[in-house]
Design a protein around this ligand. Sequence first.
Ligand code: GLY
Length: 370
Amino acid sequence: MKKFYVELKKVVDDSYYIEIGHDLIDTLVRDIKNGLVPSAKRYAVVTDSNVKGLYADVVLESLKEAGMKADLFVFPAGEKSKTRETKAKIEDEMLSLGCRRDCCVIAVGGGVVTDLAGFIAGTFGRGVPFINYATTLLSAADASVGGKTAVDTPLATNLIGLFNQPERIYIDIDAWKTLPKRELSSGLAETIKHAILADNEFFCYLENNIEKVFDFNTEVCEHIAEKNCEIKYQVVMKDEREKGLREILNLGHTVGRAIETVSDYRLLHGEAVSIGLVAEVKLAKSLGLASDDDESRVISLLKRAGLPITIPDYIDKCELVKKLYTDKKVRDGKLRFVIQDGIGKIKEFDDGNFAKEIAEEDIAKIIYSE
Ligand code: GLY
């Protein structure tokens, strides 16, 4: 019998722009009119019940006024909606309204919306383009940038998903003004994470200015939006698929994601990450990679950002330690952690490894001491 070789080597250009600014809906619609997504004949605007009335309705109407065919798909706000069930429901609605491979998904909202809508776009009709219009600090700081899309499962967060890059990202700083304070704080946790892992100067800037975010100081908000993007996209450009370096963006997330799931999403993502950052600076200290001063600076900044720094009483710590094993960095059944090296740097271990194997009892000791 013959043996065929299907040669499919690919050169892919997934480059895109991230536009940071104030009230960018007109810019989005103008870019679309000017051919941002040439294949798109219609638009599926995906959003949640909180963002619908604030921004997504305006996006929808503006697209229609500009002569484009567009429909709105809304799901209940909150992490509990980031499921395979919600994904299937929206896909069925899109199909029943006639969306096919000629559509483009526009995610309007925070991290849950951009994660879910990007995943929908990645599998709908085997893949259609998508655009992120990020309305929260959390999505600006982390979720909307870098192409990680996913849904949660009952076992843990983000276990099913795709690397899928958007056509463009719009970061609307004005939209932060409509966020509840708790959500703004949640986004600051990812911001502080970026400073700890990559930029000591940015950490000092946050120490000098963090409260100004709550007053929507334009200069401070713009600086924070820009620094978050810069730190994140520089890492993603070097290691899109998290083969090594990108793991550094997981600082605080090994403990954080586990807490988020065990709390049954009573804690917002950034709140859980904040507690995770505290546990992980203590871990760095136990390894001689962070000082007492580093620890107290991290804790003090998180507190000033309005974030929790201790594990709530309702969390079952035994369950939490078990949950650590659902982390995607686990290798060969062993826990692995990204470890900060002081403030502004991550420790690089042998062979370009940015995560270190840690014995369960070592991290459990820290969790039980909180
Ligand atoms: N949120 C971590 C990453 O995008 O890799």
